[in-house]
Design a protein around this ligand. Structure first.
Ligand SMILES: Cc1cc2nc3c(=O)[nH]c(=O)nc-3n(C[C@H](O)[C@H](O)[C@H](O)COP(=O)(O)OP(=O)(O)OC[C@H]3O[C@@H](n4cnc5c(N)ncnc54)[C@H](O)[C@@H]3O)c2cc1C
Length: 450
């Protein structure tokens, strides 16, 4: 008799996990609370509803990490990508989708499978036995969130993401910036040089504050802000409270000496902290923001040392329920304290439709392998799917864990023969390696299933 996999939440991740598991022969039950229980963002009862933009972002699988994720999901027979392609709208290099037709098609295709059943209703506690994937997304219902919090710990479940911008380390101008922890604190040289510092003189600081105050900002949705203003004020709100507030907060210049100008005391200092084990990404400390994306790049490039910064992701503050995956999940996306439960999608701390669907695809395959008594080789960290799962299950700093989009900073560096090459050549090398490794992993999946 086929084994049963229960999936809570029929969004991007849950729908893709169900498709993968059902096509591999499992019986699948999707527990979906909509339309009986609504969220503030969803409008329909369809599976895989896109709650906001209708874009799957860049479809360039050679030069863009999210385009590579598209490619990997297509190669794995993913339903979300097949339906997105079928309902594609013209949008230049981006993959834009007719959202209603897309969600209807995902629902129809899934429910047409004889071994998939949608069980309407909210799941309000963590299941005791059986095999489960929880894919309830950024708007996980209150009762289930409370149950997750009770199982884990109060500080292991977040209700908002307060994302500071993340910069590629290689794009920081180290002739202006320097490495030093405040007051040289730390036992090891690595700890004493854990931060990258960008100094500002008075004139630059004043211009920066003016730009922050004038920048275009995104408004909160009604009901979105409850409980958020605890210790994670957007920088522009801090600037509105007084021109000196930032200089006495995240930009305080104390305990730091600029080796490029040891005799000049900076008026303010912007600090960046390492964001991943590879040391390829740095977040700007305390710089969560509601500025619009275009305004963010303009304003942050005013910071000395960041004039040519490339951003792996820009800042934001959103309603978003997510767990501290680096501490709670094992490498196979199982809750360490209850290994019969996997987590997938945005609740694991990835961000975006595509990343969530990819984590659903992987969780569906991992659950299938486990339920059918097969072992899968670990998904290579050199692939987009592997880089993401490696990041959330261990590569990211647990203490400062915030949701992450896929980006090349998560990939192990490529060894380019012939020295440093230009960015397109490097990205092509990343994506060539990923495609080859992903096909190898899929082949190992297929062999194990045979
Ligand atoms: C306001 C808002 C705007 C966003 N805009 C964008 C955007 O423009 N682009 C982008 O890429 N991403 C956006 N996101 C993120 C987006 O939600 C995710 O990328 C994606 O939908 C996550 O997929 P998921 O499967 O993890 O969650 P979802 O797609 O949200 O699916 C989760 C499902 O679980 C169900 N559910 C929740 N709790 C329970 C329960 N207890 N029992 C049963 N079912 C339950 C929900 O009804 C839902 O169907 C936005 C998020 C929000 C909140």
């Amino acid at each position: 008799m086929a084994q049963t996999l229960h999936i809570v939440g029929g969004g991007m991740a849950g729908a893709e996990a169900a498709w993968q598991a059902a096509n591999a022969g499992l019986d699948v039950v999707i527990h979906e609370m909509r339309p009986d229980v609504e969220t503030f963002a969803h409008r329909t009862g369809h599976l895989a509803e896109m709650v906001c933009s209708n874009s799957f972002r860049s479809d360039d699988s050679e030069q863009n990490a999210v385009g590579l994720l598209h490619w990997e999901m297509r190669a794995a027979g993913g339903l979300i990508m097949e339906m997105a392609d079928a309902h594609r709208l013209p949008a230049g290099g981006a993959l834009a989708v007719d959202r209603d037709a897309f969600a209807e098609a995902v629902t129809t295709r899934l429910t047409a499978l004889p071994n998939v059943r949608v069980e309407p209703g909210e799941i309000d506690e963590l299941p005791g036995d059986g095999h489960w994937i929880i894919a309830t997304g950024p708007l996980t219902s209150g009762a289930l969130a409370e149950a997750i919090r009770a199982e884990t710990a109060a500080d292991q479940l977040a209700f908002f993401d307060a994302i500071a911008p993340i910069v590629y380390a290689e794009s920081i101008d180290m002739t202006r910036a320097w490495r030093q922890s405040r007051y040289d604190k730390g036992e090891t040289e690595e700890e004493r040089t854990a931060y990258i510092n960008c100094p500002m003189d008075r004139e630059t600081y004043e211009a920066f504050i003016d730009a922050l105050l004038a920048a275009d900002k995104t408004e909160f949705k009604p009901g979105e802000t409850a409980g958020y203003f605890d210790g994670c004020l957007p920088i522009e709100v801090m600037a509105e409270r007084g021109r000196e507030t930032l200089r006495h907060g995240p930009m305080k210049p104390v305990g730091l000496t600029n080796p490029h100008q040891p005799d000049v005391k900076p008026y303010a200092v912007v600090q960046l902290r390492r964001d991943n084990a590879l040391g390829t990404l740095y977040n700007i400390v305390g710089f969560q923001t509601k500025m619009k994306y275009g305004a963010q790049t303009d304003v942050f490039r005013m910071i000395p040392g960041l004039e040519d910064a490339s951003f792996a992701r820009l800042g934001g503050i959103h309603r978003n329920t997510f767990i501290n995956s680096p501490t709670l999940l094992d490498g196979e996306m199982r809750l360490k304290s209850r290994p019969n439960i996997r987590f997938a999608g945005q609740i694991t701390g990835v961000e975006g439709y595509v990343e969530s669907a990819a984590m659903g695809l992987l969780a569906g395959r991992l659950a299938t392998a486990e339920l059918t008594g097969r072992s899968l080789p670990p998904v290579p960290a050199t692939t987009a799917t592997g880089a993401l799962v490696t990041h959330i299950t261990g590569g990211a700093e647990a203490k400062t864990f915030q949701p992450m989009n896929v980006n090349f900073g998560l990939f192990p560096p490529v060894d380019l023969k012939g020295g440093r090459r230009n960015r397109p050549a490097r990205y092509k090398a990343y994506t060539d390696r990923a495609k080859s490794d992903w096909l190898g992993w899929l082949a190992a999946n297929a062999q194990n299933a045979a």
